[in-house]
Design a binder for this molecule. Sequence first.
Ligand code: ADP
Ligand code: MG
Length: 370
Amino acid sequence: MFDQTGSPVRMIGTAQDITERKLLEMEIQMREERYRRLVENSLEAIAIIQDRKFIFINGVGLEMFGVSDMDEIIGQDYLDFLAPSHHEESKIRLAAILSEQPIDPVEFQWRKKNGEVFHAELLGTYIGDNAIKISLRDITERKKTDELLLRSEKLNAVGQLAAGVAHEIRNPLTSLKGFTQMLHAMSKGKEKRYFEIMNAELDRIKMILSEMLVLAKPQSTHFRKSHIKLILHEVITLLSALANMRSVDIQTAFDDNEVAMVLCDENQLKQVFINIIKNAIEAMHSGGILRVHVKTQGNQLCIEFIDQGEGIPEDRIPKVGEPFYTTKEKGTGLGLMVSRKIITAHHGDMEISSKKGHGTTVRVILPVES
Ligand code: ADP
Ligand code: MG
């Protein structure tokens, strides 16, 4: 209450015990802190998405997406980080989660800020207010081992199959060949020519069989020190007729002082180079140039086959070299697999890089024999 001059003279007030409320507030704060720490220190990436945009993400999440600052991800559309092939499915799942239907975890391919791809298992739960909590677990490593296992499993199966078939065919082939030669010796005139053709065809079957046997363990190999340059020249001469027919020009660039020797089985390496060059020629539907480069890098020899063919779409590159993967009507899908196996047995490495429409480069690396 104030007097005429406006100064306070009396005052009325009430006092209220708010201890309980304060305690409650403190507890809520503590609980929030505990949850915050739980989320922050979680080994999984945890994020909250509202209207398709990130509104929260924890440290593991930042690391997973390869960003250093929250601001780089908050407010962004989650689709920007998801591989395009999963967009449709993710939208359907999102709608399901928003309508609170139970939903199982799913494996998606994601993209880091720098474009690098990783696999993560995703689980989303609705937390109200149009927001969804998602947790992500990086499974790239697990995927890699799974794929490797599958690959070696397939390889083994193919190897065993090939070995079995090849052995089964070899024995009857020997008698066919023997009797054909006998008949050839007994025949005359036109007949003689027929038996010659039969003999040549049987030789071809034998050759294919030995190719299939390369797939099977154990292999009989004859390792010798050889000049890669000579082997390559022989192969290129062998294939020059085919290249000509397809208007492909094979250009070689070998280091002049290239005298490096490689401990190898010549026939097997020839088979590898034939496979690679044939693939390159077959990829250049309207002709072009195939460059073959040989360089030494320290104690390694690098042989590059650079073509101007149709190239391989990015997502197909891992498939190339898997047994029976072929895009050709008459392909076997075994060429590169056999090649890779041979190169591995030579303690070398084979890499394929390609861009759809811009050609393919196959790089074979072999240790140099000093
Ligand atoms: P095949 O030649 O019988 O198909 P390969 O194992 O040699 O089997 O090759 C597998 C597949 O890899 C081919 O069908 C093709 O799609 C792809 N490929 C291989 N080399 C090349 C290349 N130089 N350019 C484009 N695609 C290639
Ligand atoms: Mg091939």
